[in-house]
Write a new protein. Structure first.
Length: 457
């Protein structure tokens, strides 16, 4: 077996890690952490350290680690048929079954699912299909996409543009010109502290109306949003936000893409965020929770309204010129079938809802009065704690103090609990696996309170 120091050296010499300070890592100033095994809500590194993963990887291992049912489904599929493509009408039992299972769970207006591999490529597919749709309808000018500041939709060329976080644009010449951004529904960070939640929603709607007016509705194809902002800070929308936004979009014939890469398949305690907030999306993006990350697989669930036009398009122009070698990969599909079955059999979405509520309530009880805690918010099995220098006038810490990063590092070093320091602001994010027990929620809360005491007093 290779020694840990050998692996660390090879890592520094050979491995280009995503979302990493490359120079520091190459110089050995940041640690290489080699994860070896995992079970339930815990992961273990090669040094034998066990950590409670309160972020489920990257909020994706929803059913928890070590599920033998999924591992066996993957193994069986690999032995019987590791690969065949899905072009020109080919499929496998797993991919066809999974498409039916997804549609059985999706909102009633949905019609078909296109499979990809990642949330990013699924959103790239969505934007291409939307452009195709408007071309078939004879509206070649209607192409721009509205996204929200702080939205996260991936890190490709178009999807990195849709993402409304500065780090993902800086020095990459993004966003591309077809993408425009509007106000995030982030009530805690509203400009006018005197605004009520209702007034803030009206402000978001007015901003959107003004943007559409400025650009011209006939140039805007779609609006994309996560039902709950994820990487931008784990921010549930203020009451009434989605119905009000949807009304504006309908008025201007602008499609709605619900990016449910995080929220799809139960993270909010409902099967989809669209159901949770009463959204009628034209496309739903899915990934992470589709296989609980046991294999890479994503999807674009397409509404009947779009599908009809896509059919018309191929009648007029021949087969659709879009596809990946690994679309509907049989191993991913087999993982998806086993994963969705497990969610049902173990009633994991119900558990996400009840233990998630318990986690949020307990976090508020433990930290709600702390002088540096500005906001505690969540929905389903999502929770965030946002830190401020002064809660009276909501003064934020200087970014250079890296309070969020210090807190997550302390939480890990003191109590071996993994929470995510969200990338913009001092926000600790929690998104544990759905199988989390109340005792584990208690550990997360007590450890967080201890880390806050260590860092902030
Ligand atoms: N959309 C949302 C809402 C996400 O949170 C993510 C990833 O975190 C993506 C899209 C991109 O998914 P991937 O990282 O699989 O490309």
């Amino acid at each position: 077996m290779l020694r840990n120091d050998q692996l660390a050296q090879w890592d520094r010499e050979n491995f280009f890690h995503p979302s990493t300070h490359l120079a520091q890592h190459a110089r050995g100033e940041t640690q290489t952490r080699v994860i070896k095994s995992a079970s339930g809500s815990y992961i273990e590194d090669r040094e034998g350290r066990k950590m409670l993963d309160a972020f489920a990887g990257l909020y994706c291992v929803n059913v928890g680690y070590g599920r033998q049912e999924i591992a066996e489904a993957i193994g069986d599929q690999a032995k019987e048929l590791a690969y065949y493509h899905s072009y020109v009408g080919h499929g496998t039992e797993a991919s066809i079954t999974l498409s039916k299972m997804i549609l059985d769970r999706a909102p009633a207006n949905m019609s078909k699912v296109y499979f990809g591999l990642s949330g990013s490529d699924a959103n790239e597919t969505n934007i291409k299909l939307i452009w195709y749709y408007n071309n078939i309808l004879g509206r070649p000018e209607k192409k721009r996409i509205i996204s929200r500041w702080r939205g996260y939709h991936g890190s490709g060329l178009v999807t990195g543009s849709l993402t409304g976080l500065k780090l993902f644009h800086k020095k990459f010449d993004l966003p591309v010109e077809q993408v425009i951004h509007t106000q995030a529904p982030y009530y805690f960070r509203r400009d006018d502290l005197n605004q009520s939640e209702e007034e803030f929603v009206a402000h978001c709607v007015a901003e959107l109306e003004a943007l559409i007016e400025r650009e011209g509705a006939d140039t805007i194809a779609a609006f994309i949003g996560e039902p709950v902002l994820g990487t931008g800070g784990i921010v549930p929308p203020p009451a009434g936000y989605w119905p009000a936004i949807q009304a504006v979009l309908k008025k201007h014939d602008i499609l709605l893409v619900a990016d449910e890469v995080v929220t799809g398949f139960g993270r909010l305690g409902s099967m989809f965020g669209a159901d949770h907030y009463g959204l009628e999306a034209d496309i739903i993006t899915i990934a992470k929770g589709l296989t609980s990350a046991y294999a890479p697989l994503s999807g674009s669930i397409i509404s009947e309204k779009l599908w009809k036009v896509l059919e018309q398009g191929t009648d007029e122009n021949g087969p659709i010129g879009h596809g990946w070698t690994y679309s509907a990969h049989p191993i991913g599909a087999a993982a998806g079938v086993a994963n969705l079955k497990l969610l049902d059999d173990l009633k994991l979405i119900q558990n996400a809802s009840s233990v998630g509520a318990y986690l949020n309530t307990s976090m508020k009880e433990a930290l709600g009065d702390h002088a540096n805690v500005g906001d505690i918010r969540g929905e389903g099995m999502l929770c965030a704690v946002e830190f401020v220098e002064d809660r009276q006038d909501r003064k934020f810490f200087e970014a250079s103090q890296k309070i969020g990063a210090q807190l997550s590092a302390t939480l890990l070093s003191q109590d071996s609990v993994i929470a995510r320091a969200m990338p913009q602001g001092d926000i600790l994010g929690f998104a544990p696996p759905f199988c989390l027990g109340r005792e584990e929620a208690d550990i997360i809360v007590a450890s967080t309170a201890r880390a806050v005491k260590t860092v902030l007093g």
